[in-house]
Structures are given as C-alpha cells and as structure tokens.
Design a protein around this ligand. Structure first.
Ligand code: PMP
Length: 391
C-alpha cells in the first residue's frame, strides 16, 4: 500500500480526499526537514563553515533535482518562491506589468491566476469552454489573432474540476502568434510528468505542498531567453554582487531573485519529495490514479440526483458535483463528522462557478495513495448525509 509511506495514515483514521488542497507528506520528506533543523541548521550562500556549506549544497541540490524533474535546460532557470501564488505574482510584477495590457486565461482559473493580474491593472481575455468544460482551441486562436504578442496564463489542470488543458497545443498556437505562456502547474506535477522543453513552456509555476512536499515552498521556471527581461520585484541580502551608496550590482539569476533568507528546510524537503516521486515513477502514479478516479466517477454516478459538470475524459485528480436541492456545504459538514475530508465551496474559482450558475460544488480530489476502500467509505457517508438532508 502506498499509504505506508505516509505517517498521516498511521496517525489518523480520516479518509483523505482533499488532495487538491494539499497532499500528505511521506516520511522521507519529514525526516529530511527534521534532519536539517536538528543536525545542520544554518543559513545558505553566506557563511563558510561546514554546516553552512552543507545547507547550501542541499538547497542547491533541490534546484538540480527540480531542473531534471521538469527537464529545464539550466539550473538558473529555476527560482524558488513560496508557491504558485507567489510565482504568478512574481511574473506579474517582474515581467508583465508594464509590458502587457491583456492576459489570456482559461475559464477554469484559480483566483491566484486572476487577482494578481487585476491588481496590476491588466485586463483579461477569457477563452471559452464547451458544456463539458473543455478548452475551446478555436476561440483561443481567434483571441490570439486579435491580441498578437500577448501573454497567456493558464492552469495545466483545473483544481475545481480536474480538467486537463492541452498545454502543447496551447503553447504551439500561442507561439505562432508571438505570445508567451505561463503555466500554473499547481495541480499537475502531482499527477503528470511536465517536461518544459517538450511542452515549450515559457514560465512554469510550481507548488511543493501539492506535490508531497512541505508548505510555503514552490518555484518559478523561466525559459533562459526571457531571464534578461525579468527585473527582481524584491531585492535585499544575498541578491547582490557589490553595493555602494551610489548603486548596487546584482548577482545573476537565480540569486538576484531570491532575496533574504529562504525557506531552506522547505526547499530541501521539496527536493526529497521530488526524489520520492521519481522513485515511484509517474507511470505507477498515473495508472493507480486513473483506476481510482474512474471508480470514483462510476460509484458517484449511482447516487440519485447527482449533478456532474463534465465527464471524466481529459481529467484527473479533482471531481466536482452537486446533489439536487442540497447545499454543498451542508454535505461537507455532515461527511466531516463521518471522518471524510473533502472540500465544499467555490474552490477559489468563483468566476467559473458563477458561469455555471452555482455557488460551489462538492469536490473529491484523489492522490495515488487513495484506495477503492476510501471511495466506498465516501459513498456510504455521502448517502447517509443525503438521506439526513432530504428528511
Ligand atoms: N493554482 C491552482 C490551480 C491551485 O489549485 C492552487 C492551490 N489551491 C494555486 C494556484 C495556489 O497554489 P499555492 O498554494 O502553491 O500558492
């Protein structure tokens, strides 16, 4: 059982189906973090003593591991951040703000890929999706034609509905019209191999905590030829080569972008999480997830009055639904009492909820460690909750 790698499942009897919010952490990741704090805790890239050098080496090891993981060309294309939200804010403020008037997004975006653009006064063109929530490539191309050299910012996998966007097709089209593409990878690295060169991605926003690593860490991949166009939106210690009162000379990427003491333990733990995924292999992860996801859909389909918003073609991870005449939140409260962890609400994706004419959904989100038994327990709890709410 894959659950054996994760102490959470030994210490808790909760059926954990809220993986799109955050994933559980394997013991090897927890050990790596404890080891940093308990045996060589030091700052990186500053002091020169043994433990400081070890901390720097292990921190930089994660950069190397992440570079290979996403098949980036160079280590300096990877900059550590707090997570996807900070990575998108970084691109908005360091690159896009005075360069683009409009950003092209999909209709399934998370608020983290909406609000930062609005605050920077950048308008949207929103690509339509069909009644199955699939991306409309024709509409996309028309928008690109009308907005050449635009910026496209798009989620790889929707956190609310699990829909997978065809990133290769999107970057091909975008580049044909001179656009650049930022991919929100928050929900994808958990489930899928993401090769930035093969997919020809310009910017990839990465989150550790959705990928079996610690919270408060992530990264932004920036294609090398764009690095010179990026200005740091925060500077300070560890970003400079030389400072006088007259001027500061900044270091090269990635150091000029990583101002102040970083989340060292988090970055080191994230490296371990990536190594953990590599050892398991995405083939195994995907095989198991497809099995559980399909089973989930089939079992849910048997529930009377269930409303889905799409089929499960081109989808993975999250599955959203409602029960006719029942509030999603009420279901969430009741199943929580039966030890089922899932999320009910708008999932930080209010615009698509509004387009569908709903307040929110009941969202079940799986990871490779979930078993059919978890789904069986969920179904029992859901049926009980529905009976109570209908009475
Ligand atoms: N985008 C998507 C699609 C997400 O699911 C999330 C997390 N819910 C985010 C962005 C924000 O990621 P982070 O927590 O790493 O800032």
């Amino acid at each position: 059982m894959y659950k054996d790698y994760f102490p959470y499942f030994k210490n808790s009897n909760i059926v954990y189906l809220d993986n799109a919010a955050t994933t559980q952490k394997p013991q090897v990741v927890i050990d790596e973090i404890v080891n940093y704090y308990s045996s060589y805790c030091s700052n990186t890239h500053r002091s020169n003593h043994g433990n400081a050098n070890k901390a720097t080496q292990n921190y930089e090891h994660t950069r190397e591991v992440l570079k290979k993981f996403i098949n980036a060309k160079e280590k300096h294309e990877i900059i550590f951040t707090k997570g996807v939200t900070e990575s998108i804010n970084f691109i908005v403020n360091s690159y896009a703000k005075n360069r683009f008037k409009k950003v092209i997004i999909s209709s399934l975006e998370h608020h983290s890929n909406i609000v930062p653009w609005q605050i920077a006064n950048i308008d949207f063109e929103v690509v339509k999706c069909n009644e199955n929530l699939d991306f409309d490539y024709e509409d996309f191309e028309n928008i690109l034609k009308e907005n050449p050299n635009a910026l496209v910012s798009i989620t790889h996998i929707s956190n609310a509905f699990g829909k997978i966007h065809g990133i290769k097709r999107i970057t091909n089209l975008a580049h044909k019209y001179g656009a650049k593409v930022l991919v929100d990878g928050a929900q994808s690295l958990t489930h899928k191999k993401t090769d930035v060169q093969d997919l020809d991605i310009d910017f990839l926003a990465i989150s550790s905590h959705k990928t079996f690593g610690p919270t408060g860490v992530g990264a932004i991949y920036i294609k090398e030829n764009l690095l010179n166009d990026i200005l740091p939106y925060q500077t300070g210690g560890a970003t400079i080569n030389d400072v006088t009162y007259e001027r500061s000379i900044l270091l090269d990427s990635p150091f000029k972008f990583e101002a102040g003491t970083q989340n060292i333990a988090g970055v080191i733990g994230f490296g371990k999480a990536i190594e953990f995924i590599e050892e398991l292999g995405y083939e195994n992860i995907e095989k198991k997830e497809i099995e559980i996801y399909t089973y989930l859909y089939e079992e849910l389909s048997k529930i009377d009055d269930i409303i889905f918003y799409s089929d499960i073609k081109n989808s993975i991870g999250s599955l959203s639904f409602n029960i006719k005449n029942i509030m999603a939140e009420d279901v969430g409260i009741l199943v929580d009492k039966m030890s089922i962890a899932l999320r009910c609400g708008h999932h930080c994706a209010q615009p698509i909820m509004k387009s569908l004419g709903i307040e929110g959904t009941i969202r079940v989100s799986i990871a490779f460690y979930n078993e059919k038994e978890d789904i069986d327990k969920l179904i029992i709890a859901l049926k009980k909750a529905i009976t109570m709410l209908k009475d």
